[in-house]
Design a protein around this ligand. Structure first.
Ligand code: 4NP
Length: 171
C-alpha cells in the first residue's frame, strides 16, 4: 500500500489540509484502504496541537470532513516506511531533502508539482499570519494539487479501469 506524508512547517494548516482533502478524494474513489496518508511539520512549535481553526473552517466550508488531528514533527526514520514525502513549500522541501540523504531523496516532492495551474510557482503560501482569505487561496491550491495526485494514484492502483467503474463506492 503506498504511503504518503504531507509536510509543512507547523503541521496545523497546510499539511493537515492536504491530508484531509486527499483522504476525502481517495475515499470518494473507493481507495480509502489503498493508500496510507499522514502529515507532519518540519518545526516542533505546534506539536500536539489540533488543526488550526481557520483551516478547519475552510475545509468544512468546502465540504471536506475535518478529522481529529495532533500535530507531529517529521521524523527522518519515517523515510523507511513512506513512499512519498510531499512538501508544502521550498523551505520544507529543502529541509526534507537534507533529512532524506541520497538514499531517500527521490521520495521528496513538492505539492505544487501536482498543481496544473502552478505556472512555475511551487510554493503553497504560508497562511498562518494572513487573514482568512489566505486560507481560501491555500485551499484552492491544495485541492487542485491533491486532485491531480489522486488521479495519478488511481491510475497506478487500478489494474484495469473497469475495476474502478464497477466499484460499489459512490462519489
Ligand atoms: P503550516 O502553518 O506550516 O501550514 O502548519 C504554520 C503554522 C505555524 C507557524 C507557521 C506556519 N508558526 O510560525 O508558528
Amino acid at each position: 500500500m503506498p504511503s504518503i506524508c504531507f509536510v509543512c512547517l507547523g503541521n496545523i494548516c497546510r499539511s493537515p489540509m492536504a491530508e484531509m482533502i486527499t483522504r476525502k478524494l481517495v475515499t470518494d474513489r473507493g481507495l480509502a484502504d489503498a493508500v496510507e496518508l499522514s502529515s507532519a511539520g518540519t518545526g516542533s512549535w505546534h506539536v500536539g496541537e489540533s488543526i488550526d481553526e481557520r483551516a478547519a473552517q475552510t475545509l468544512e466550508r468546502y465540504g471536506y470532513p475535518v478529522h481529529p488531528h495532533r500535530a507531529r514533527r517529521f521524523d527522518p526514520a519515517w523515510f523507511d516506511t513512506t513512499d512519498l514525502v510531499i512538501a508544502a513549500d521550498d523551505d520544507n522541501y529543502r529541509v526534507l531533502l537534507e533529512l532524506a540523504g541520497r538514499r531517500h531523496r527521490s521520495k521528496v516532492r513538492r505539492l505544487r508539482e501536482f498543481d496544473p495551474e502552478a505556472n512555475g510557482d511551487l510554493d503553497v503560501p504560508d497562511p498562518y499570519y494572513g487573514g482568512p482569505r489566505g486560507f481560501d487561496t491555500v485551499f484552492s491550491i491544495i485541492e487542485r494539487s491533491c486532485r491531480t495526485l489522486v488521479d495519478m494514484l488511481v491510475q497506478h492502483s487500478a489494474p484495469e479501469p473497469q475495476a474502478l467503474a464497477g466499484d460499489e463506492q459512490t462519489a
